[in-house]
Design a protein around this ligand. Structure first.
Ligand code: NOJ
Ligand code: CA
Length: 693
């Protein structure tokens, strides 16, 4: 059905020019321009046949001559090459997303494909694409199906200047860290992809990868260029690629003819608004492979979850003694039939689509990080048959849960039946989890081993009409274009840290950094919506936020499965403010970052996909009070709207009086400019709806 809508609604404009020619042997350089002509990639071969590229922006150096290539076991694919042939292509298409921040995405790029042959006949293809918002390239290894092992990737990014990089170390457990900023030249750690770059002239960039399907996740490390004696430019910095290894040191197992690297991408943006608007990563992924996507539904959910993190409930049904023997039943097991029914009732009454049940299945007793759970057997106090009927009657989806503890072999042996079991019970969304520092006790989550497993899960889930919210995930790279049942993921220091971390909770600036770092890689299950800031377990730790800011997060952080994380009883304490959470959708027609300074504040506006007469705005600040102006130029001209504004009140103070929210309505038009007054750790959430006459 989606297909026919797509064909009828879209005018496809596909302009593909492709020609190939043999390069004269003296001709070792070729250029590729972005469609707007501002960015130019130059490919060249060094005198010893090493593939190199450089990038200029508006005629100025952006990336200086940088190495390309792969080291295979038994073959060095980084030198002694000659150019076999070069082909070019261009594309200008528009495609419709199954869900997302944008309904329609334009893919406008030029392509250059360079086929190389080595001294002993080795072949490698490097395919470049130049977009108006950045560049990308990938390696392809043509051939006859013979096996290969990639031991290293030589890709470099020799930046002509020394931008500030916003990064986390590559081995941050589950990527759940605080992002820090420093000039690239001062970075000592190996760094995780993505990394956001802030240049002295106010422009931005980002390094990441797209379409990571059967390869190792990339990371970066830094060296000064003069150390390599490549240049005398003291400000230039060189980033090198570090592929996440298997435990035996191999980076990638592959075969000639099918191994293709993910796209290496460099976003290039004049300002932060343009950075956030880039859809290049999605454009570099393959079109949707799910014929009928009508079962894939963005929605908000609540869950038997936060109360577990606050120790009100347990995941476990049984309690074990030190020797692992059952010593009794938990007096406060969370996922019970009665609790679920209560949550389902609340969801049905308050326009919330789903209810998550964690700790619903047998096998959580004791140390659940070495989970050998059954994914098809509920605990005796969780009546799945009854609950699935009850939820269906109420129009609410149960969100399933698979905590694997990183035991991949066990999970893969149960996975097929587990998704089939959920499908049979009308459950079409599952939160998966991999809490263990290594998969199978030895492999990094973002090694090729982990990447392959996550891909299997998405495909198996799709076959059973199940969508995935992947915790302890591989850093996303846009695969949701191809498999829109991969809806969201963690890979972030989420709000759960404010329940149990011992460091006081995440600083308010964290949420002003995430939209331009982790969120650029894909949807985030951050779990906003805390309405009770007291913390009985770690009184020194708390959510650094006012209540109005919790509402704004539903707009500033994008997720098509968006959790309102607090308990129904907390929401009932502040019903007027909760109205915003009831109203706000999580599927958008358009999204615009209106104004932002990474780490300081962000103002985002999004248009509801189902009701394009409505816009939602979220504005948040860091620990500093701030006054921001919001021009409403994104609204239709000559049209009246009602704005419902949820703002920090004069008396709001995130430590002593966080719950005070000033809620008021006013009429607005596109000519208006609102003044937003944000308290420290504060925010403003606004719903703007067209007045129909
Ligand atoms: C870690 C996840 O991030 C959290 O949301 C979940 O509750 C636990 N694992 C248990 O699976
Ligand atoms: Ca987590």
């Amino acid at each position: 059905m989606k297909r026919s809508i797509l064909h009828s609604r879209l005018k496809w404009l596909l302009f593909l020019v492709s020609f190939s020619f043999i390069m004269p042997s003296c001709h070792r350089t070729t250029d590729l321009s972005s469609p707007d002509g501002r960015t130019v990639i130059r490919f060249s071969l060094s005198p010893d046949g090493a593939p190199l590229y450089s990038v200029t922006r508006d005629g100025k150096p952006y990336i200086l001559s940088s190495e390309l290539g792969l080291k295979l076991e038994g073959a060095d694919l980084s030198r002694d090459f000659r150019i076999e042939n070069v082909t070019r292509a261009s594309a200008d298409t528009t495609w419709e997303t199954a869900w997302g921040e944008e309904r329609f995405i334009r893919d406008l790029h030029n392509e250059l494909c360079v086929s190389l042959t080595g001294a002993s006949g080795e072949r490698m293809v490097i395919r470049f694409r130049a977009f108006n918002d950045g560049i990308a390239f990938r390696y392809e290894l043509p051939g006859d199906g013979g096996e290969l092992r990639i031991m290293d990737e030589m890709t470099e990014y020799n930046f002509a200047s020394d931008p500030v990089g916003w990064s986390i170390p590559w081995n941050t457990p589950y990527y759940e860290g605080l992002w820090t900023a420093s000039p690239l030249s001062e970075k000592r750690d190996t760094l995780c992809s993505p990394m956001t770059l802030e240049f002295a002239d106010g422009s931005y960039g980002m390094l990441h990868e797209a379409n990571l399907t059967d390869y190792a996740g990339q990371n970066f490390y830094v060296s000064r260029l003069e150390e390599k004696s490549l240049t005398s430019r003291s400000e230039a910095v060189s980033l090198h690629t570090y592929l996440t290894p298997w435990s035996n040191g191999v980076r990638v197992y592959g075969s000639y003819g099918s191994t293709v690297s993910p796209w290496r991408m460099v976003l290039i943006a004049d300002n932060i608004t343009d950075l956030a608007a880039s859809r290049m990563m999605l454009n570099l992924n393959e079109p949707c492979r799910i014929e009928d996507t009508s079962w894939i539904k963005p929605m908000k959910f609540i869950g038997i979850w936060w109360a577990i993190h606050l120790d009100h409930y347990t995941w476990c049904y049984r309690l074990l003694d030190n020797e692992g023997k059952v010593k009794g039943l938990s007096p406060n097991h969370g996922a019970t039939t009665a609790n679920m029914q209560r949550y389902i009732d609340f969801a049905a009454e308050h326009h919330i689509g789903g209810v998550l049940a964690e700790g619903w299945n047998e096998g959580w007793d004791g140390d659940w990080t070495s989970n050998l759970a059954s994914f098809t057997t509920p605990t005796p106090d969780f009546d799945m048959d009854y609950l699935s009927r009850y939820a269906a009657e109420k129009g609410v989806q149960i969100i399933g849960h698979h905590e694997t503890g990183g035991n991949i072999t066990h999970y893969e042996s149960e996975m097929e039946q587990a998704f089939e079991y959920y499908d049979r019970h009308g459950i079409h969304n599952v939160k998966t989890g991999y809490v263990h520092s290594k998969l199978e006790g030895k492999e990094w989550h973002k090694s090729q081993y982990g990447v392959r497993h996550m891909r299997k899960v998405i495909e198996c889930a799709a076959a059973h009409h199940v969508c995935i919210d992947n915790h302890e995930c591989v850093m996303p790279t846009g695969l949701q274009r191809t498999y829109p049942n991969l809806m969201t993921g963690e890979g972030v220091r989420g709000q759960e840290w404010d329940a149990w971390s011992t460091d006081g909770g995440s600083p308010a600036e964290h949420l002003c950094i995430l939209p331009f770092t982790r969120c650029m890689a894909g949807p985030v299950d951050f779990t906003p919506g805390t309405f009770d800031f007291s913390n009985p377990i770690h009184p020194q730790t708390r959510v650094h936020s006012t209540l109005a800011r919790q509402l704004a997060l539903f707009v500033t952080i994008y997720s098509p499965l968006q959790m309102a994380s607090d308990m129904p009883e907390s929401y009932m304490q502040h019903q007027a403010a909760f109205r915003f959470i009831e109203d706000v959708p999580c599927d958008w027609e358009r999204s615009v970052v209106i104004d932002a300074k990474i780490g300081d504040y962000v103002v985002t506006a999004r248009q509801d996909r189902q009701d394009t007469d409505s816009w939602y705005i979220g504005a948040i600040t860091d620990e500093n009070e701030r006054e921001l102006t919001l021009p409403l130029t994104f609204l239709d001209a000559d049209t009246e709207y009602t704005a419902t504004i949820y703002a920090d009140a004069d008396s709001t103070d995130w430590k002593t009086n966080p719950y005070a929210v000033d809620i008021h309505e006013q009429k607005v038009t596109a000519n208006d400019c609102l003044t937003l007054r944000l308290k420290p750790c504060g925010g403003t959430a606004i719903k703007i709806k067209k007045i129909r006459g």
